[in-house]
Structure formats: C-alpha cells, structure tokens
Design a protein around this ligand. Structure first.
Ligand code: ADP
Ligand code: MG
Ligand code: MG
Length: 256
C-alpha cells in the first residue's frame, strides 16, 4: 500500500527583493493509497507551496524535514523521478507546452512513468474511454497542451492525465477554482473514479468547500501560516463552509 509521508517539512521561497522567505513551518502529513485528504486554508497560508515542494519546483527550498514515498526519499529525486515513483501533481497554474498535442503528451508521460510505451491498441481505447467519461470532444486530443485552453479544459486535462497515469499519490491544487457547476461535477466524478480504485492517495488542496460536496474527504487538514493548525473528518469542512477561517486567523495573530 503506497504511503506518502511528510515530516516536519520546512520550506522557504526566494523572493526578488527580500531574499528567502520561510513559508512552511513544520508540516506533518501522511497520505495512503485509497485515502482522500483535503487541505484547506486561507489564501497565503502555504498550500500551493506544499504542492510545489512535493513536485520539486526549483524556486522552493526545503530547509528542514523529510518527504518519503514508500520509504524512498522524494526530496532527493528529480522532477521526472518523482513522476516515475508514482507522484502526480496538478498545478494551480498549468504551463503551455507549445507544439505538443494532448495525445502525444499523454503517451509520452505514460511511457516515461511506466518505463515502456503502452500498446497502441489498448492505449487508444483507454484514452477514448477516459475522454468520453470526462465529456471531452475527441478533437481535444489533437490540440496543443494548454494552448488556449479554457479554465475548465485545463482542469479536465489534469484529471484526464491522472486517470490515465494511475499515480500512487495525486496532489490537486485548486482543481475546483474557476469551474462552473457542470464542469465541477464532471471533474469531481473523475476524481471519484480514481478514488474508487483504492489505488491512489488523493491530496485535494482547496480554499473553498465546493469540490468537497462532490468528493467526500476522509481527512481534513486546516493550513494556517505554513503548518497544519487543525485536523478532523469531513465535518471540519462543513464547519469551515459555515464559519469560514476567522477563528484560525484570530488565534494565529501575533500576541502583543
Ligand atoms: P496558498 O496556496 O495557501 O494561497 P501560497 O503557498 O501560494 O499560499 O503562498 C504562501 C505565501 O508564500 C504567501 O505569502 C505568498 O505571497 C508567498 N509566496 C509563495 N510563492 C512565492 C514566490 N514565488 N515569491 C514570493 N512569495 C511567494
Ligand atoms: Mg493562493
Ligand atoms: Mg494556492
């Protein structure tokens, strides 16, 4: 059973004018295959920084702590090695890949992650089934990655990748932002399909509780000022939906 373990993670980011700035201040989190975790928290609390750190983004420097996947040191891996190890990161601001079609991108990613090219017959069938399930037009496969994609298309493309790559652990950063109700439902159904395989651990990062109406988390972690301030079950998300983050922000205000 795959396990991602984050222990006492400290991360700083290089800022243009003020030098390094400490963002994560001791994050502890364990995500096992088959579990769905929601990370919630106010803007600027470091949620995306956690995602980028797991992904290995060069601008973020780990200043302490560990991240392991099945005991292997993730922080020592290159970005490619992390993907091959079974980590999947859907970023809040996906990049364009000029001149590479969705179809080629997916096949290249699948080949890189699994170590061999998928058999063309099965692969074509799998891609078609996954695109149908996400109500994506077949023509989408021939477009260049993220070039002129609408917000909803970007998110569907992320979920399409996740469904085809079958990662051990997937981190989805604000997959629900900017989606209308129909797109949110379609994307959530895709997340639930991955969840129901029981083979992927899901880390859903979200400011709002919208997606959590469709994807029920097993665990909710509230992020404040770069660490987990409170943990609970789905009822914690309901509480945040009703009462917002005020009580966390007040308690984290500097004592004067
Ligand atoms: P969240 O995703 O919870 O909104 P972020 O991880 O994006 O939070 O940001 C946490 C803090 O780190 C914020 O104060 C933000 O301004 C700062 N930060 C994040 N990335 C950078 C960066 N590349 N340069 C400067 N500051 C950054
Ligand atoms: Mg933000
Ligand atoms: Mg963010």
């Amino acid at each position: 059973m795959a396990t991602l373990e984050i222990r006492d993670l400290h991360v700083s980011v290089e800022t243009p004018d003020a030098g390094p700035k400490q963002i994560l201040r001791g994050v502890d989190l364990t995500v096992r295959a088959g579990e769905t975790h929601a990370i919630m928290g106010p803007n600027g609390s470091g949620k995306s920084t956690l995602a980028y750190s797991i992904a290995g983004h060069p601008r973020y420097t780990v200043t302490g702590g560990t991240v392991t996947l099945d005991g292997e040191d993730v922080l020592a891996m290159s970005v490619d090695e992390r993907a091959r190890a079974g980590l999947f990161l859907a970023m809040q601001y996906p990049v364009e890949v000029p001149g590479v079609t969705v179809s080629n991108f997916l096949r290249t990613a699948k080949t890189a992650v699994s170590g061999e090219a998928p058999s063309l017959r099965h692969w074509t069938k799998d891609v078609k089934a996954a695109m149908d399930a996400l109500r994506m037009d077949p023509a989408f496969a021939e477009r260049n990655v993220n070039e002129g994609f609408s917000g909803g298309e970007k998110k569907r493309h992320e979920i399409l990748q996740m469904e085809l790559l079958k990662p051990k652990v997937a981190v989805l950063d604000e997959t629900d932002s900017g989606l209308d109700v129909d797109a949110l439902r379609i994307v959530s159904e895709g997340v639930n399909r991955v969840r129901e395989t029981g083979e992927t651990g899901l880390l859903l990062i979200t400011h709002y509780t919208r997606i959590l109406r469709y994807v029920k988390p097993d665990f909710v972690h509230v992020f404040v000022a770069g660490r987990v301030a409170e943990e609970g079950g789905p009822e914690l998300a309901d509480d945040l939906e009703e009462n917002g983050y005020d009580r966390f922000l007040d308690s984290s205000a500097p004592v004067t």
